[in-house]
Design a protein around this ligand. Structure first.
Ligand code: FCB
Length: 483
């Protein structure tokens, strides 16, 4: 039986010919093999080994064992009919300690993965940094240190030299907001620091690392390769239209969105961001020339979206939570409110309008930048029933409503080129360990057995229905090995 055999034809969500149908994953979340081939610890190895940091004390030591099961996983992707696959390279696997020459055995894994994908007619989309900073670089100061941006650029050169001829789409950073503000602000992600100034310094040095990486990629990649950045932009809504609530929206928009969009696309930091945070830092870590570096043109912007953000002015009597905040200088001014609606297992409200709002905004503000949805999906408490099936109707409903928002956005003129569902496999969900399942393929972590969930079959049927519209030749073959 193939993935689509037992599914009713997917509801008629229709996308333009050539639309990219993908799934996304990240190295630390699926690979395992944490100590193999000379890989050294990343900040996530250290963090997950620190008692109390990750639910149930889970680590990525084995994860979904993708390092050893990659051929089987690529075969699953082919069965689903994916046209594209987004994965990340583990920095400490290819350049242990974050400096010096590459480890060929580490790079070989990504060479084999790339070959397999191209042989299966699936375009690889490579993310250079999905949060696994080599621990030695954190020991030297991590992203709050300027030097880390240069180390990142050198690592990017290593990967681009090895794979540059075969990867058509490159992403520098995944969600630098999380790296900066969850890693160094609230401390709920690795490396677990709680220092608002460090978080802002980290944001700037991530931006700088991105810009330096774009420069390196432009030098080393063929012209046909596209370069992108992936942001988890926040769809920020005010609790009311009152001026004070609108100001709360402005503040959070600056710290979540414009802190990346403005330097990357306009070569400056927003004035209001600098003013709002002046008690925390004077921003003297921004040096002459940095903004020119950061604003090098990119070819595409990746958007990760899960749930909206609702804020209100703190108002009199507001008591800040007392726990370290990911929002420097905003804790006393802004309250975060739960959005209404059904929730996923992450307790994240399901609200596809947030995606529509972000896409409409990007069309207004960046009309010439093609967009990709580089992550979207939902966690539910999935299990295999006695017949072996994994029924996940809530996930299908989630995906359908969000894809409908994308379909609608395209119809209204937003240039969205593809959709990468998070995630292919159940995996190590950061601070939640294996306690949250985002996959459309169920993984039994004891046996590593993979089972297609109903949502995987639904997605495969949708892809098949849409790919039926395009000629079977041409487009994909350009990306085959040896092109
Ligand atoms: C995003 C991350 C990704 C995954 C999803 C659920 O913030 O980029 O690795 O954990 O959330």
């Amino acid at each position: 039986m193939t993935a689509v055999d037992d599914q009713p034809a997917a509801r008629t969500l229709r996308f333009p010919p050539g639309f990219r149908w993908g799934t996304a994953t990240a190295a630390y979340q699926i690979e395992g093999g944490a100590q193999e081939d000379g890989r050294t610890p990343s900040i996530w190895d250290t963090f997950s080994r620190t008692p109390g940091r990750v639910l149930n004390g889970d680590t990525g030591d084995i994860a979904a064992d993708h390092l050893h099961r990659m051929p089987e996983d690529v075969a699953l992707m082919a069965e689903l009919g994916l046209t594209d696959y987004r994965f990340s390279v583990s920095w400490p696997r290819v350049q242990p300690t974050g400096r010096g020459p590459a480890v060929q055995r580490g790079l070989d894994f990504y060479r084999r993965l790339t070959d397999r994908l191209l042989d299966a007619g699936i375009r690889p989309a490579l993310t250079l940094y999905h949060w696994d900073l080599p621990q030695e670089l954190e020991d030297a100061g991590g992203w709050p240190e300027r030097e880390t941006a240069q180390r990142f650029a050198d690592y990017v050169a290593v990967v681009a030299e090895a794979l540059g001829d075969r990867i058509p789409l490159w992403t520098t950073l995944n969600e630098p907001w999380c790296s900066a503000f969850l890693g160094y602000g609230s401390g709920v992600h690795a490396p677990g620091r709680t220092d608002p100034e460090a978080a802002l310094r980290a944001a700037h040095h991530l931006n700088l690392g991105h810009g330096l990486a774009v420069g390196v990629l432009r030098e080393l990649l063929p012209e046909s390769a596209a370069v992108s950045l992936v942001l988890n932009l926040a769809a920020v809504r005010g609790a009311s239209d009152a001026a004070a609530d609108r100001d709360a929206v402005r503040r959070i928009d600056a710290l979540a969105n414009r802190i990346f969009l403005d330097p990357v696309f306009h070569g400056s930091y927003p004035r209001d961001l600098l003013d709002d945070t002046e008690e925390v830092t004077d921003w003297s870590f921004v040096r002459d020339g940095d903004l020119a570096e950061i604003s090098r043109p990119i070819d595409m912007l990746g958007l990760n979206y899960y749930t909206p953000t609702v804020v209100a002015a703190a108002g009199p009597g507001h008591v800040p939570s007392g726990t370290p905040s990911p929002w420097p200088a905003a804790d006393e001014a802004v309250r975060f409110l739960p959005a209404p609606g059904p929730r996923t297992a992450m307790d994240w409200p399901v609200d596809a309008d947030g995606l529509a709002e972000l896409l409409a905004r990007l069309r207004r503000e960046l009309p010439r930048t093609p967009l990709l949805i580089t992550e979207n999906g939902a966690a539910y408490h999935d299990y295999a029933d006695p017949s072996g099936a994994v029924r996940d109707p809530e996930r299908i409903a989630y995906l359908e409503s969000h894809l409908a928002a994308v379909e609608q956005a395209i119809a209204s003129g937003v240039d969205v080129r593809g959709y990468f569902l998070w995630s292919l496999l159940d995996n190590f969900e950061w601070a939640y360990g294996y306690g949250r399942r985002f996959g459309i393929v169920h993984v039994d972590f004891a046996s590593q057995r993979r089972t297609l969930k109903d949502s995987a079959r639904w997605y495969a049927a949708l892809i098949a229905a849409n790919r039926g519209q395009v000629p079977a030749d041409g487009r994909r073959s350009r990306y085959r090995r040896g092109r």
